[in-house]
Design a binder for this molecule. Structure first.
Ligand code: NAP
Ligand code: ZN
Length: 348
């Protein structure tokens, strides 16, 4: 089928209208009319070819919500009219140990929602487009209580911070969490931390974000990461850190904030290697871990929890005409806290 979308054609990273082909709905597939798509910093990395792996034209977007318009004969979990979401992944082998253990996000046949190559040889195009066709395994249900616009960023930003939080035991109350970088991923990590009963400290390069972080996101503490005095005063104060900073930085000063045996969960993907000095690691018996997105099982668990506790993202809705301006603002760290494109046109 022919689909209208928005693509970056080259490293200028500028999005422009682009018509392309998707497969027809297969027996295992769900076709989705896209209503909303969040704008992740990963979209910017790919559009600008930060990692040197972009296949142009690239249609970004992996925080998709919409409504099912067609289901294949083998699909039992979804029907026409269902409110659904798609995140970062659209294919895995579904047959290896990792896939069997619901860790398909680590399958070595993993295919990303855009800039990936499917097993049929075709290139994946993401959610900056009017229609998606996806294997039903990679479709999640959006709880009725969540609006499709403010839920969209949960499909990437939400699951990407939820997965390490679950892995490292942050779903129990009582611990202390530091969130580095108050952007799309960071703001939802703060919300999750508060919902799970953690004491949350924001570690930010932007002093201007402090008031809002404390008042509207309910952060307990706020440290300006460039202020050495503030950083030193909080030495050995945190059990966990989630690092979302998309630019080159050193983990040393962050590790010093962790208690002995504390865990730093890295989810950011800067184009330059990050510095990992050994002393703060070995003198504190600390752990640095990394993770990519989450499994579909975890994604559904996270969405259902958000439905129960009414957790949504703080978004700025933009029309399809506003994509490039939003990208420019995202690049200069001027967003509170996620742009979501109104693809369905409800607010245009
Ligand atoms: P974002 O909305 O742009 O937020 C990043 C935050 O980092 C900014 O708000 C800013 O917060 C801070 N920051 C510090 N130095 C910065 C700099 N030089 N440039 C920009 N921001 C800076 O980004 P995001 O969408 O949350 O994504 C964050 C990173 O995670 C990206 O690298 C993205 O590719 C990656 N990611 C990984 C996964 C995964 O599966 N592992 C999934 C999604 C995204 P302050 O103003 O508070 O300092
Ligand atoms: Zn993302």
């Amino acid at each position: 089928m022919e689909v209208a979308g928005w693509a970056a054609m080259n490293e200028s990273g500028k999005a422009e209208p682009f018509i392309f082909k998707r497969r027809e709905n297969g027996v295992d597939d769900v076709t989705i009319k896209v209503q909303y798509c969040g704008m992740c910093h990963t979209d910017l990395h790919f559009m600008k070819n930060d990692w040197g792996i972009t296949m142009y034209p690239v249609v970004p977007g992996h925080e998709v919500t919409g409504v099912v318009t067609e289901v294949g004969a083998n699909v039992s979990g979804f029907k026409v009219g269902d409110r659904v979401g798609v995140g970062c992944i659209v294919e895995a082998c579904l047959d290896c140990d990792l896939c069997h253990r619901s860790e398909e996000n680590y399958c070595d046949k993993l295919v990303l929602t855009y800039n990936g190559i499917l097993s049929d040889g075709s290139v994946t195009y993401g959610g900056y487009s009017e229609t998606l066709v996806v294997h039903s395994k990679f479709v999640a249900r959006i709880p009725d209580s969540l609006p499709l616009d403010a839920a969209a960023p949960l499909l990437c930003a939400g699951i990407t911070v939820f997965s390490p939080m679950k892995q490292h035991g942050m779903l129990q109350s009582g611990g202390s969490l530091g969130v580095v970088g108050l952007g799309g991923l960071g703001h939802i990590a703060v919300k999750f931390g508060k919902a799970f009963g953690l004491r949350v400290t924001v570690i930010s390069t932007s002093p201007a974000k402090e008031k809002e972080a404390r008042e509207s996101l309910k952060a307990d503490d706020f440290i300006v990461s460039t202020d050495q005095k503030q950083m030193q005063a909080k030495t050995r104060s945190l059990d966990y850190i989630i690092d979302t900073v998309p630019a080159k930085h050193s983990l040393g000063p962050l590790l010093d904030l962790l208690k002995v045996k504390g865990v730093l969960a890295l989810v950011a993907a800067p184009d330059q290697p990050i510095e990992l000095p050994s002393f703060p690691l070995i003198f504190g018996r600390r752990t640095v871990s990394g993770s990519i997105s989450g499994s579909m099982k975890e994604t559904q668990e996270m969405l259902d929890l958000c439905g129960e506790h009414n957790i949504t993202c703080d978004i700025e809705l933009v029309s399809t005409d506003g994509i490039n301006e939003a990208l420019a603002r995202l690049a200069r760290n001027d967003v509170r806290y996620r742009f979501v494109i109104d693809i369905g046109g409800d607010s245009n």
